[in-house]
Write a protein that binds this ligand. Structure first.
Ligand SMILES: [Fe+2]
Ligand SMILES: [Fe+2]
Length: 474
């Protein structure tokens, strides 16, 4: 679409999804007429498909974008990193100020305060260490005005380097003795059921199409189920409105040494072609929210832009696909009721499993705790270095809004749980155990799909690994 066409749509009150802004429209006037006749306020690929194919328009469900990285770049200069960290600090500080804004002082002001003063400040934490004798936690606190020493006479395992927190303490000698640490944390969402019919979102990731270990049979069973060709839980399949696919769509090429030995499809484009053939069999009334992981055709640093069409063009042919960045945040809208979804592939999770002793088994409970740490920090990779990042003017990994659902993948484990009123999901994988996983004793959860009823936020996990679809019990 050209600028004129986008403007005309805008002036007519019609917003256009970024995934179709580049599509060529042959007869714009007739498209506009149809949009107006059908009172469409949001034009996405599914609506476009329905208009052109003459199928009934499903105004019932759509996706409203809240946060989606559009691919702006950074030169990575030192000043870009300063801008990036300032943005992160400011936005997290604003979230903390909503909780408590009285009597906050800057870090540099602490130096001039009398000994014994009570101090309240908002700061970024760094250089955390445990003192060898007394087992105190010693760390630096820092804002744009300066830095100071903080001492906690106990240990708080939720305290992570580079987190932004509100600190209450008392000045003594050249340190601040901490009495309380307040985390930005998420809010408690409204848990009342919505006044809509039962409607489901499914959560998938780590399909790894192209791998010799791709779980073909299980995927076939899923395709039969979603097309209501098997009787088990068919009533649920009928009510699915969204499938969220959070990265690692294909196994990729050259992701790790000697990967080619484990590939059935050796070309990246061919892998995406195979992905297309599978997902093209999902009914077109269901919207596919597609984002990428470290095996896909984009750079690995986060945020990752939507898939690069030079390599993944077949995916763009899925008429019901909505192509998004990693991470992204959207509202899943049904009959006017919104469910706020945050999707992140999950690349930072192993860092915390490696650095926090008690999580090193990486079982679903550990992953759940790490996901809670993300939400508590209001950041998807709070410690610098826990994922690779692009220093943009805006930090896309800050969690500005409390999601109703926080979905990740990457770990090849399945979990569905709740923190406060937010549903936590890790969506298993579709790849049998690789030689690498075998070497490190990692047992993947295969072909499990967490499902959420968007009416009342109840959830369960369906298992497609056996002969029949069944409910998975952990
Ligand atoms: Fe994966
Ligand atoms: Fe991954």
């Amino acid at each position: 679409m050209n600028e004129n066409q986008l403007n005309t749509l805008f002036l007519n009150g019609i917003l256009v999804d970024s995934s179709i802004k580049d599509s060529e429209i042959e007869d714009f006037d007739s498209l506009l007429k149809k949009l107006k006749e059908n009172k469409i306020a949001f034009l996405d690929s599914a609506v476009m498909h329905e208009l052109y194919d003459g199928e009934p328009i499903n105004q019932d469900s759509y996706v409203e974008i809240i946060k989606n990285y559009d691919g702006e770049t950074s030169s990575g200069k030192p000043s870009d990193w300063v801008t990036y960290f300032n943005d992160r600090f400011k936005r997290l500080r604003d979230l903390l100020l909503i909780k408590d804004s009285s009597g906050i002082v800057s870090v540099s002001a602490i130096r001039d305060m009398p000994q014994g003063s009570d101090v309240k400040t908002i700061a970024m934490v760094s250089n955390i260490s445990i003192s060898p004798v007394k087992k105190y936690t010693v760390f630096d606190i820092e804002d744009s005005t300066g830095s100071y020493r903080g001492i906690l006479t106990s240990q708080d395992q939720d305290l992570l380097a580079d987190q932004v927190v509100l600190i209450k303490g008392r000045k003594f000698k050249d340190a601040l003795f901490i009495k309380e640490i307040v985390y930005p944390d998420i809010q408690v969402k409204d848990s009342k059921p919505k006044e809509i019919e039962d409607s489901y979102a499914l959560f998938m990731s780590d399909i790894h199409v192209g791998s010799k270990l791709f779980a073909k049979d299980a995927f076939e069973l899923f395709l039969k189920w979603i097309n209501q060709e098997v009787s088990e839980y068919s009533s649920i399949a009928k009510l699915v409105k969204f499938i969220v696919i959070s990265g690692d769509l294909v196994d990729g090429v050259g992701v790790y040494p000697n990967q080619e030995k484990e590939l059935e499809i050796k070309g990246l484009r061919e892998q995406y072609e195979a992905f297309f053939s599978l997902f093209d069999r999902v009914p077109k009334r269901i919207k596919l929210l597609i984002s990428q992981g470290n095996h896909d055709a984009t750079h690995i640093a986060e945020p990752q832009p939507k898939l690069d069409p030079r390599f993944s063009e077949p995916v763009y042919r899925l008429q019901n696909a909505i192509m998004l960045s990693n991470p992204y945040q959207v509202n899943l809208v049904i009959g006017g009721s919104k469910t706020n979804l945050l999707s992140y592939h999950g690349f930072s999770i192993p860092y915390y499993a490696d650095t926090i002793q008690k999580y090193n088994k990486m079982n679903p409970q550990d992953i759940e705790e790490i996901m809670k740490l993300h939400l508590k920090s209001r950041h998807l990779a709070p410690t610098h270095g826990s994922s690779q990042v692009v220093p943009l003017t805006r930090d896309y990994l800050v969690i500005d809004e409390t999601p109703d659902i926080y979905a990740t993948g990457h770990i090849h484990k399945v979990l569905a749980s709740k923190y406060k009123e937010t549903i936590l999901i890790n969506s298993s994988c579709w790849q049998y155990q690789t030689s690498y996983q075998k070497k490190y004793g990692m047992n993947p959860d295969i072909a499990k799909i967490p499902i959420v009823n968007l009416r009342d936020k109840t959830f369960q996990i369906l298992d497609f690994l056996g002969e029949k679809v069944q409910v998975y019990r952990t």
